[in-house]
Design a protein. Sequence first.
Length: 278
Amino acid sequence: MPALIINILTFFILPFMLIGGGNKPANDFQGKATYISKSRLELGTWGARMSEARKKQIAARLKNRLEKEFVLVFNKEESLFTEEEQLDAISGATDSWGKNFAAGENYKNVKSDKQIQQQEFYGKKFLVKDRLQPMNWTLGNETKKIGNYTCFKATTFIPTDDLLWYSFSWSRMRTTNDSEEKTTEVDDKSVDITEVEAWYTPQIPVRHGPSEYWGLPGLILEVSAGETTMLCSKIILNPSDVIEIEAPSKGSVVTKSEYQDLIQNKMVEFRNNRMRRR
């Protein structure tokens, strides 16, 4: 079957809610933000040969990969970003295969420049510990309203593989002449760069954001990177109940680079085994 090419063009039409909690000292500032992503599926030239019924069936099957909800809890220094688990629209099961290449629970500490992310790859847990992804933001003067907040635009450029280090791409692979396949870095001239556009609000004075993003003078409420956009749909500031932020602690400890090598080598092994059975 030809490879399925999915272009994710993300859009949102969502209400934005603000809920304020009790008054707390500045050093106890806490919050909880919900982010929603909704994507459109494009099947390219292969999809042009499909019936409308078949397209709808595929879209329904992939719905839980293209429409996601995330929660970010944060204080002044720490944040924890997690995906709300969804059921498959057809089978009623969770997307167990897709979880192998999806971002896991993501802890960031902006004071200590530390990131800890828990990943699960084919039943084995890993604890990926590394520094925060460098974000060389360019701050702009353009503003817009997101809910009740005035947001400012910021942009940066990041190597795509750095943003999607927990995922897998055959572009990182090459086959050697002796049939032994190894993972390699792509040539510098062909490094894929992603433009990132973020909207942050100084009204919430923390340097946090969803996923890998951080480092702006205010909470990031919307971020677009390549084919993916996340938009904050609800915020609770200083809730009555104290939010406990705990970094993930279970799994074999590796760096981002080591984790990339691990999943790439495993995928090559799967491909080689499949070719031998033909």
